[in-house]
Design a protein around this ligand. Sequence first.
Ligand SMILES: *[C@@H]1O[C@H](CO)[C@@H](O)[C@H](O)[C@H]1NC(C)=O
Ligand SMILES: *[C@@H]1O[C@H](CO)[C@@H](O)[C@H](O)[C@H]1NC(C)=O
Ligand SMILES: *[C@@H]1O[C@H](CO)[C@@H](O)[C@H](O)[C@H]1NC(C)=O
Ligand SMILES: CC(=O)N[C@H]1CO[C@H](CO)[C@@H](O)[C@@H]1O
Length: 845
Amino acid sequence: MVVRGRKIETISLFILQLVVAATAANVTYDHRALVIDGKRKILISGSIHYPRSTPEMWPELIQKSKDGGLDVIETYVFWNGHEPEKNKYNFEGRYDLVKFVKLAAKAGLYVHLRIGPYACAEWNYGGFPVWLHFVPGIKFRTDNEQFKAEMQRFTAKIVDLMKSEKLYASQGGPIIMSQIENEYGNIDSAYGAAGKSYMKWSASMALSLDTGVPWNMCQQGDAPDPIINTCNGFYCDQFTPNSNNKPKMWTENWSGWFLGFGDPTPYRPVKDLAFAVARFYQRGGTFQNYYMYHGGTNFERTSGGPLISTSYDYDAPIDEYGLLRQPKWGHLRDLHKAIKLCQDSLIATDPKITSLGSNLEASVYKTESGSCAAFLANIGTTSDATVTFNGKSYNLPAWSVSILPDCKSVAFNTAKINSATESTTISRQSLKPDSGSSSELGSQWSYIKEPIGISKNDAFLKLGLLEQINTTADKSDYLWYSLRMDIKGDETFLDEGSTSVLHIESNGQVVYAFINGKLAGSGNGKQKITLDVPINLVTGKNTIDLLGVTVGLANYGAFFDLVGAGITGPVTLKSAKSGSSIDLSLQQWTYQVGLKGEDTGLGSGDSSEWVSKSPLPTKQPLIWYKTTFDAPSGSEPVAIDFTGTGKGVAWVNGQSIGRYWPTSIARNDGCTDYCDYRGTYRANKCHKNCGKPSQTLYHVPRSWIKPSGNTLVLLEEMGGDPTKISFATKQTGTNLCLTVSQSYPAPVDTWTTSSDSNRTRPVLSLKCPVSTQVISSVKFASFGTPKGTCGSGYSQGRCSSSRSLSIVRKACVGSRSCNVEVSTRVFGDPCRGVVKSLAVEASCS
Ligand SMILES: *[C@@H]1O[C@H](CO)[C@@H](O)[C@H](O)[C@H]1NC(C)=O
Ligand SMILES: *[C@@H]1O[C@H](CO)[C@@H](O)[C@H](O)[C@H]1NC(C)=O
Ligand SMILES: *[C@@H]1O[C@H](CO)[C@@H](O)[C@H](O)[C@H]1NC(C)=O
Ligand SMILES: CC(=O)N[C@H]1CO[C@H](CO)[C@@H](O)[C@@H]1O
């Protein structure tokens, strides 16, 4: 740790300790909830993984989480980031866990620390350091002394670090719970009896660390007391803990899904997500966590595998860049407010669940002191319903839950969004050459060619084909498999007019075949890749150079650490004419771990070998490119659009922004224009972006770039044109749109500001996202039966109040926010007997 950093740390620690002394808390649990200082808590939590953003982003991400109604930030701890080499720890920069936890505390939030230390998380090797694989005799995640010793050492290291900084709630810190292991119950049967004893050992090892706060295990139905077993999934309302003394807790509710290279982009409609959350609290849940609340970015080589993309956006309420994803964030914030209005009733008692008809269910939380909260659900997937509850009639759209904090009036319905859509916009800018350099745009690139095949002194010979992870220890994505062959004039492979075929079988994830220095073929796949490359050999010396490339090591499943990667063969040479074939698998191959340019640190840009001769060589495999550039103006988040390049790794000012691969095209799988939120969500239910590149934009954190004189280095593997790449900046859109129906509840905010009598009128509320902006124009307003959706554009339906536009303009233009009551009192009645809506599209500036 640098001296300067330590000094700052000491000061903030001192300030924190002052705060801390006053808030030391006693965290326990009972069958209803976590109990903090004797009081049961209804908690809403969200996952943010600290290394997937930068310390500069953390305060704002945490504040936006708090504003969205979260009480708890949940994170995994990433062992391979903290201990990249055995006994050499890293708790700095993006891995400054202590700082992250303290920032959450500073914002008044609790922390759920999921130590694992197995994380899964679509993170490289599930979070395990690859050196662990080389501990003699080790077997992961089972009753193995070597593994248990390492796991205990690291878990204790983290617990001790947290204790030394007084971060457990028992010490006055924000950590109210810790997790040991992770989703082990999904796979433990594969480990047999040893798996069971390992699980029990994990539990008692964790308890022995004496954190003073509860431990949980997720997806572990037989978690031993007093460890709380918790649920992960898209829905957890049907979950029950394994003891009546434990609360019903949901540690991962997937807010979306992760993206893989070659995959279309998954998304989860917020109406379904809100439904799942409301159902959970309806059926007795008291702690729910969004996985993810902010997904972020897999910088460097941290993405899991196989083939997890660099973006880990996850369709989360806060997007990869830290901007609010609307209306998802806003609708969930409203949901959280409605749940919190029920808090006193929820913590006091168990729900009384009754049927209101087929697929219709009421839960009532009624206390002896007279407070009452109710949740009414329609779990049918097709028909809206009208139910009678306590003598009053309520409309319930299909697949929705209404929340009645007083058992009378509806504060919120999960299918009625009363939060405006603010689309984000992306502006493109070409790469601006460094203002200090005089060269023309496009000619400021320089390059260094990476040698094809063996070029380093540490290359070695070995008989047969080697598994890649065992060979590289994941020090690099790249492993060269190289073979020299002397072909005599009379061999069948040289027959006139015939082409031989090199048949390659690889265990993933990418393979390039170079014959006599020329790229002859390539392939990629999650696991099995079979590649047949037509080749023409020449009399005399021939070289076959195969480059095995990993794209994230596997992170999930029983024995995922043993799946392996690379060209494990067979590799055979077949003569097309004679049909004869020779197996090259058992030949003596020459191996090289990593590329020469990696060894010489070209990613930093520092080298005297950069060539700036024009024309710049493009569409050539294995070439390093470098340029300098000025930062895009403004303060918005920045991405690089890699369209035009092939696949590789990129560095900005020496910081790896991850693997880029714009030529990886999303397969056509399940994309539809419209995703019905109704019905059970699955990871592949709602896709977009089919047939397009899985990822073109790659986040470059603002804090990594200076106004000018920045260096960008690419290692291009397959061939591309770096002059085609551009910048994109992402802004919160200036367009707001929203449709509110007469059948909607009054905004949940009115529950704290007005009396019962005013809780019946729906209101359309707009607010410019940027505090310095006001609503400058109203492009569209119609009270009646407007058509269309936000984004595709609205139009008037058969019925529309002629006063719509003037009323909305008068109420909104010139103010940052406005409220318009959605009723015939305000707009008159353009069509009697019809349920009407108000649709508005406005602009902020
Ligand atoms: C913590 O709370 C539990 C239950 O509310 C109580 O039994 C216990 O005595 C408390 N411990 C301390 C140290 O206050
Ligand atoms: C790596 O080598 C070890 C020891 O030789 C072997 O047991 C293991 O199966 C290899 N791993 C893979 C993924 O092939
Ligand atoms: C109810 O709403 C009306 C009109 O919006 C307002 O004038 C009145 O003050 C509100 N009453 C209460 C008790 O908040
Ligand atoms: C506990 C739980 O809800 N698990 C679900 C997680 O999601 C998968 C995929 O949709 C379901 O099959 C599980 O039941």
